[in-house]
Write a protein that binds this ligand. Structure first.
Ligand SMILES: [Zn+2]
Length: 113
């Protein structure tokens, strides 16, 4: 159900973009999902078609771009994090409390018809 409500809010954002462009429908939508966001891409893909039914996004193809987590290590600068290790530098194990990317959930592209 979590992913269904996320799909619905993405559809809301997309409808707003369509309105701004005076477009009736979208053919494809690309969404960026961070590896550290709480969203399961497969579940979002599964929930999307039913949520899009009856909206301008009905039948649109959903693509998900997975964004890896990147933290700021005091010794190494930006490092790609390993989800299973938590917010720690994979090289020196220093805590990297700041997530530079990887928690996003956003509309990336909308292909209008
Ligand atoms: Zn480090």
């Amino acid at each position: 159900m979590h992913e269904a409500s996320i799909a619905l809010s993405l559809i809301d954002v997309a409808r707003e973009v369509l309105r701004e462009h005076g477009a009736a429908r979208a053919r494809a939508v690309t969404v960026r999902v961070g590896q550290w966001s709480s969203v399961v891409p497969e579940a979002l893909e599964a929930a999307f078609p039913a949520c899009a039914e009856g909206t301008p996004l009905e039948g649109a193809h959903l693509s998900i771009v997975r964004v890896p987590g990147v933290g700021e290590c005091p010794n190494h600068g930006p490092v790609e994090l390993d989800v299973t290790r938590g917010l720690r530098c994979p090289l020196c194990d220093a805590p990297t409390p700041t997530l530079l990317q990887g928690d996003e959930l956003e509309l990336d592209e909308l292909e209008l018809t």
